[in-house]
Design a protein around this ligand. Structure first.
Ligand SMILES: [Zn+2]
Ligand SMILES: [Zn+2]
Length: 224
């Protein structure tokens, strides 16, 4: 857990990193909070992650930001002079974009949380099949990117398989089961979207790896 204080300069530097590489380490723009830095808004968790690293607190990945700790990251940013705010209600702008969503994904309310218990691996899988949170994660991705690319390797089923692959992507729950409380609420931000190969790699290799590590492994393998 973080110890050194994060400062305004760390936060500003973190924002620059995000500008250069949005989505680094698997962080995504969340649905609930944003933090204003300069003229732009940023995802607080991603900024907190990098700011902590710059402050000397080591590397924090999306899974370190599981639910209950949210208040802590917000406080850190606030102490550095940047206060995370609830995102404005975007229901109105969602409506006009619904027409662009694949049919079965439209008409979902975003930002919802789902009470789910998880004690063992089977439950991890079950969570990934929670149709509602998975649909919401996909709907959000489609709205933001208009493409379903693997978070690890960028594989796009639609590109490779055409019509048949359109809309296909698998959901991976990024919070390790052993770090979950029984009443853990799965958020959309906990769901990564991955291709079947990468998903298998995330699940079958021991020790288990997270998405940033798998991305690094692919990069290393590609070079060798
Ligand atoms: Zn992949
Ligand atoms: Zn998975």
């Amino acid at each position: 857990m973080p110890t050194a204080k994060i400062l305004a300069k760390h936060v500003r530097e973190a924002a620059k990193i995000w500008d250069r590489d949005p989505g680094f380490r698997g962080f995504r723009n969340g649905t609930t909070y944003e933090v204003r830095i300069g003229r732009k808004s940023y995802p607080p968790k991603a900024i907190a992650s990098y700011a902590n690293e710059l402050a000397g607190n080591g590397i924090l990945s999306p899974r370190d930001f599981a639910g209950a700790w949210e208040g802590k990251w917000h406080k850190q940013l606030e102490n550095a002079g940047f206060r995370p705010e609830k995102k404005p209600d975007r229901t109105a702008s969602m409506t006009s974009k619904r027409a662009e969503l694949p049919m079965e994904l439209a008409g979902l309310d975003e930002g919802a949380e789902f009470a789910e218990g998880a004690q063992h691996y089977a439950q991890h899988i079950t969570q990934e099949r929670n149709p509602k949170v998975v649909k919401l994660a996909k709907a959000q991705r489609w709205r933001d990117k208009k493409v379903f690319e693997c978070d690890v390797c960028k594989f796009d089923f639609a590109k490779t398989y055409g019509e048949r692959g359109a809309g296909y992507i698998e959901a991976h729950h990024t919070i390790p089961v052993h770090l979950m409380k029984p009443d853990h609420k799965t958020k959309i931000a906990d769901i990564a979207l991955v291709c079947s190969n990468c998903h298998r790699m995330l699940h079958t290799m021991r020790p288990l790896v997270d998405i940033p590590k798998l991305i690094a492994m692919r990069a290393r393998a590609a070079k060798s």
